[in-house]
Design a protein around this ligand. Structure first.
Ligand SMILES: Cc1cc2nc3c(=O)[nH]c(=O)nc-3n(C[C@H](O)[C@H](O)[C@H](O)COP(=O)(O)OP(=O)(O)OC[C@H]3O[C@@H](n4cnc5c(N)ncnc54)[C@H](O)[C@@H]3O)c2cc1C
Length: 599
């Protein structure tokens, strides 16, 4: 734990040095009655208004999206994180997260909604002046004002520093003139306010809130996309667009800080949308395998179907647990600021970016999980799933870009590894000799845990200790060149990402208060562990080879593998049990509202 600007914060790698039994993550099961009530509103809205209009939404029926946003606002679904003094609920990020976890199955609506309530509003909520908040937030809460977040340019996608859009101050210093073009902007075809990243005087990255109707702002024709066809996703161009000086967000030169902060919350919300969309498509697949017959039996009776269902349930459990844990951290840091009366933008930035690693892990995992769920669900439908307009076909197309936007998964993996290298691992270098000695002697004491989870806890803690040793070893050996060795960075990210997913899943199962529910959660968490240990082992092996050679390599490999040992798991029985639970409950069995009860 570090202290920065008076805020106590975890580092992304801290979970490696403390036992999973000591963690107290935010989990779905901790949702308060108020949060559940609002989440139920979102669920009902999905079933009553969105699902029946899927076809009209996905073909971008004129006027429909705006109308749906207004209807969503009537159920208070646009304003969870907008402060009460600006017409919002001021209910906080956890409540917003639970809404994201309901609306994912409404693909294009979800993307529009998550930009409206997230990236399109966050720069103003967290960093805008009181005047900007008063101008835009009340309308955003009611859906009268729609927002967009415009950063990407033709030559500045992953490389945000290549931004060329310019902002030039007018001689009377009352306006800025914006010139440039943005590409692939969600909500651009609907938006009333555009949060645009530009460079002041050619060097200072700065966000401006620009009225979409201002002279000089043009919206180009809709992009023809593979999926998400209802998202009003367009290029924008700015030709001497005049923006009042007061519409600058925070200060000139703070644009990158704003983008980094907004993306932390944006990535967590996207990850939850991915977990939610996965639950939606899995429910369809489960309905199908329960009813479709082949060789005289239902598909659900086949072992390979059960294996797929178990894999997908475990993936969703991990994605959801990781993203909610990240939300809990952000919420905790922001609440600490509030309690300490800290209202400085710089403090808020510090608190938000402290969770960069957790948000990137959630984004990568969530988007990869939903792509697997879409792909394997389509497989369970056979040829039917490949027919245009089928829910599995739509999910396959609509969920694909989740791995591209809000930072591609390659960029997010690099973010995770570089932040560990620069911020988190160097202060831990002094642990290396003690770790080496522990590994050589096989020294390890298992933390206390309930019987259902004790093997998994012991197994995880051993792998964490060994992984921690390998990370420190590779980083200390290759520190000078590592920044440029992307494959190594990728493996570092994978070790941390999959271990964090196991840790978050076990921590969630350990935090279940109702003892009758512990075995059910243990089932998912233990299967996550078995499933994600494989990529961790692969990555550890690759890292050992690039850090060491000769006898040193052979000794380290045998010490690491002896220390980690084998993780005993009756995997086939786990697959049968987990799939049986999903089949019995008609969908993802750990949801806030079970599919069966919503039909
Ligand atoms: C559906 C959709 C909605 C979007 N909505 C918005 C929006 O609302 N606002 C907005 O501003 N943008 C939006 N975008 C743009 C999106 O953020 C960018 O597409 C994304 O950041 C990637 O940039 P790029 O497409 O230019 O790809 P590039 O940056 O050209 O990358 C191409 C490939 O190269 C890889 N790559 C790039 N750099 C590196 C590197 N240094 N090391 C290793 N690999 C690298 C990438 O991972 C990727 O696989 C949207 C995109 C899509 C598809």
């Amino acid at each position: 734990v570090i202290e920065e600007r008076g805020i106590n914060m975890f580092r992304g790698a801290d979970f490696l040095t403390s036992a999973v039994t000591e963690q107290t993550p935010f989990t779905l099961e901790q949702a308060t009655p108020d949060q559940r009530a609002l989440a139920l509103q979102a669920r009902s809205f999905l079933h009553e208004e969105l699902t029946p209009r899927t076809e009209q939404i996905e073909r971008g029926e004129p006027g429909l999206m705006r109308k749906l946003l207004r209807q969503a606002s009537e159920r208070s679904l646009l304003s969870a994180i907008i402060p009460a003094q600006y017409g919002g609920l001021g209910a906080g990020l956890k409540t917003h997260a639970l809404l994201s976890l309901q609306l994912g199955p409404a693909h294009s609506f979800f993307v529009t909604w998550v930009v409206q309530t997230g990236l399109g509003a966050l720069p103003i909520i967290h960093f805008g002046s009181d005047a900007l908040k008063a101008t835009y937030l009340p309308g955003m809460a009611t859906g009268e004002v729609i927002g967009a977040f415009a950063v990407t340019e033709a030559e500045a996608g992953s490389d945000i520093m290549a931004t060329t859009t310019q902002a030039t101050c007018t001689p009377d210093r009352r306006h800025y003139l914006i010139n440039g073009a943005k590409k692939w902007i969600s909500n651009a075809g609907l938006a009333d306010v555009l949060l645009v990243l530009a460079k002041v005087d050619g060097k200072q990255f700065t966000f401006f809130a620009i009225d979409a109707q201002s002279p000089g702002v043009s919206t180009m024709p809709e992009e023809q996309k593979m999926g998400l066809r209802g998202t009003f996703h367009r290029p924008l161009s700015f030709e001497n667009s005049k923006v009042p000086t007061e519409n600058m967000v925070w200060n000139a030169g703070m644009g990158i800080q704003i983008a980094q902060s907004a993306l932390v919350v944006g990535r967590l919300s996207l990850a939850l949308g991915c977990a939610s969309a996965s639950q939606g498509i899995l429910a369809h697949a489960i309905h199908h395998v329960r009813t479709r017959r082949s060789f005289g039996k239902t598909l659900s009776s086949f072992g390979l179907t059960q294996q797929k269902l178990a894999d997908l349930v475990a993936d969703i459990y991990a994605a959801e647990s990781v993203a909610l844990r990240g939300v809990g951290l952000v919420d905790e840091y922001l609440s600490n600021l509030e309690q300490q009366g800290k209202t400085d933008n710089a403090d808020r930035h510090t608190a938000l970016v402290a969770c960069t690693i957790e948000a990137s892990i959630a984004k990568v995992l969530g988007s990869e999980v939903c792509n697997r769920v879409a792909d394997e669900s389509l497989q369970l439908f056979g040829g039917l799933g490949y027919i245009a307009g089928h829910p599995a076909e739509m999910a396959y197309r609509n969920l694909r870009p989740a791995r591209i936007y809000e930072g591609t998964n390659e960029i997010n993996r690099l973010v995770i590894a570089s932040m560990l290298l620069r911020r988190d691992l160097p202060p831990l270098f002094p642990y290396l000799p003690a770790l080496e000695a522990d590994l050589a002697q096989g020294h390890f004491s298992t933390p206390l845990a309930p019987a259902a989870l004790i093997d998994a806890v012991a197994g995880l803690e051993r792998v964490k200790r060994a992984a921690f040793y390998v990370l420190l070893k590779v980083v200390t050996r290759r520190i000078k060149t590592l920044e440029h060795e992307q494959q190594i960075l990728g493996y570092i990210a994978d070790v941390v990402l999959y271990l964090y997913a196991i840790d978050s899943s076990l921590a969630r199962a350990l935090s279940i208060g109702d003892s009758t529910q512990i075995p059910l959660h243990a089932l998912a968490a233990k299967y996550v562990m078995w499933r994600y240990l494989a990529p961790v082992r692969l990555a550890i092996e690759a890292l050992l080879y690039c850090a060491l050679n000769g006898d040193e390599l052979n000794t380290a490999r045998s010490q690491v593998y002896n220390f980690v040992g084998t993780y005993p798991a009756d995997v086939i029985q786990q697959q049968r049990d987990l799939s049986a639970l999903a089949l019995e409950r008609g969908g993802y069995p750990y949801a806030l509202f079970l599919e069966a009860s919503m039909r």
